[in-house]
Design a protein around this ligand. Structure first.
Ligand SMILES: Nc1ncnc2c1ncn2[C@@H]1O[C@H](COP(=O)(O)OP(=O)(O)OP(=O)(O)O)[C@@H](O)[C@H]1O
Ligand SMILES: [Mg+2]
Length: 504
């Protein structure tokens, strides 16, 4: 048997993890070879993140055996795991927003001179690290000012900086652009060359097949299979994950496009959004494409009153509207499903139920009608197939993808006329993705208007009637469905020329 432990840097066997009322892991295994990328796959709630948290000492496993580097281990804290050589990039980022990038990077291990933090050295070490990893980050920036993508890059740099023998990456690319993903893949290749093992968790099939050496699939807390990536393909993996076939990824249904519901005229917000104009119609799904930094999220935030409008006008049903806060947007029946569920979205300690009705409390009268609150929550849990023991469960206990579903439910419940969704299926597994897509399509069919921001071109092209393309805050094109092609959209996404509407 000694040969087996030579072969694997990590062997987890018969791992069981019970939370009150949930058997999250029912005796699973994972065997990771050094110098490889080992990808964990499975639907939302399958147990991937939990298994990793059992490994690095966040959750004590209920039972099971962990052998790391030939020795049986049981880490009690993440610090112990780090010191032993295992670091992790978490699915839910938890930066300290008011501190600098450098301070976040060296949190708890800042270089010192005597009793004081050596800020100069900390800056220099940060710059050296960013240079080594070829990352465009500034150590002096305030963490809270960064985009989600940049925060994710800081997390990646941090995990790599520990010189670990295993680096766990739980959905590291969920908000990265293609270029940033390429950078990450370069970092991964370097780590592999140093015989570091990477445990990779992602729902993005194309990237999984590009970088994985081995793939292990879990379903409902059970181990299903491990195989070399070259022996698998997308269909086989989905079959293993779901236990059934998934069709209908982008169920576009042609529905009649009605009159204009929202007119955006010369919208500007500082330097982030420059002179954006478009019309949105009832029954329409209007996609927004572009690279990160294109200003799509910022445009959405401005319409929703989260960001100050510095120029332009908004009209709803032909009447000018003034939106200076999300409350005013909601009053105008506009809803926004945000990209960053941690920062603007979920309230971790509150229940599924409270998180579902949060944007909508007024509707339940005073005193609150708890019976209706429960009924509405149950309805959306069912509609979206959210995996949770009860609706009273704190949302932080749900898997990442299931948290996202609760947020989708929250905004649907406000019964908006205009629903803006920013990366709605990020971190969502293939089956649930298809469900959210058909839900969005159904809403359009009911005459609602949808703005859909997505960095996944197949998704935005599959779902939209038209696509607005942006580049660095400027709108560069509006493309009709009949003209969709990834080449054309990418061309506009990198174009410097502002869109010129054809004269009628
Ligand atoms: N702290 C916790 N308390 C109670 N239950 C939990 C806790 N953490 C996770 N669970 C439950 O364990 C199960 C597995 O969740 P886990 O986060 O591991 O899923 P996952 O495979 O990472 O899914 P995703 O792809 O959505 O991130 C889920 O049913 C989840 O609700
Ligand atoms: Mg997870």
């Amino acid at each position: 048997m000694s040969q087996v432990s030579q072969e694997y840097i990590l062997e987890m066997t018969d791992i069981v993890k019970e939370f009150p009322g949930v058997r999250a892991l029912k005796g699973v295994q994972l065997k990771v070879r050094p110098g490889t990328v080992h990808t964990l796959m499975g639907e939302n709630g399958a147990g991937k993140s939990t298994l990793m948290k059992c490994l690095i000492g966040i959750h004590p496993p209920t039972s099971g055996k962990i052998v790391f580097g030939g020795k049986e281990v049981r880490f009690k804290t993440t610090l112990e795991a780090l010191n032993a050589g295992i670091s992790m990039i978490h699915q839910e980022l938890s930066p300290v927003p008011e501190r600098s990038v450098a301070e976040n990077l060296w949190l708890g291990r800042a270089p010192r001179r005597g009793l004081r933090v050596d800020h100069k050295k900390m800056r220099e070490d940060s710059i050296a690290l960013f240079k080594k990893l070829d990352l465009d980050l500034d150590p002096d920036d305030k963490m809270g000012d960064l985009t989600v993508a940049k925060m994710q890059m800081v997390e990646i740099a941090k995990a790599v900086s520990y010189d670990s023998r295993i680096v766990i990456m739980d959905e590291p690319t969920s908000s990265l652009t293609d270029a940033e993903v390429e950078q990450l893949f370069k970092i991964i290749a370097d780590l592999k060359a140093k015989n570091v093992a990477i445990i990779y968790i992602s729902h993005k099939m194309d990237e999984i097949f590009r970088i994985s050496d081995d793939i292990t699939v879990y379903r409902d807390g059970e181990y299903i299979a491990t195989d070399r990536a070259e022996n698998l393909n997308v269909d086989k993996v989905i079959q293993l994950m779901v236990g059934r076939e998934v069709t209908d990824m982008f169920p576009k249904v042609e529905c009649p496009i009605g009159e204009t519901i929202l007119k955006v005229e010369h919208l500007s917000a500082g330097r982030a959004v420059k002179d954006v104009s478009f019309e949105l119609h009832r029954g329409e799904i209007l996609g927004f494409a572009g690279l990160v930094g294109a200003g799509r999220t910022e445009t959405a935030e401005t319409i929703f009153g989260m960001r100050r409008m510095t120029g332009g006008k908004l009209y709803k049903d032909g009447k000018e509207i003034h939106i200076k806060s999300p409350e005013q947007a909601i009053a105008n029946k506009i809803a926004l499903l945000t990209e960053d569920r941690r920062g603007n979205g979920i309230v971790g300690l509150l229940s599924i139920k409270d998180n579902t009705v949060l944007a909508n409390l007024k509707q339940y009268g005073f005193p609150l009608n708890h019976k209706r609150i429960r009924a509405d929550t149950e309805e959306y849990v069912k509609k979206l197939n959210t995996k949770t023991p009860t609706i009273e469960t704190p949302i932080q206990n749900l898997s990442g993808g299931n948290q996202q579903k609760v947020l989708v439910g929250r905004w649907l419940l406000t019964d908006p006329d205009i629903l803006i969704v920013d990366e709605p299926t990020r971190g969502i597994d293939v089956g649930a993705k298809a469900e959210i897509h058909s839900l969005i399509t159904r809403l359009a069919g009911e005459g609602k208007a949808i703005i859909m921001i997505s960095s996944e071109l197949p998704e935005v092209m599959g779902m939209s009637d038209r696509i607005v393309v942006m580049h660095e805050g400027t709108m560069t094109a509006i493309v009709d469905r009949k003209d969709f092609s990834s080449e054309l959209i990418l061309k506009y996404a990198t174009s410097e020329t502002p869109y010129q509407p054809a004269e009628a």
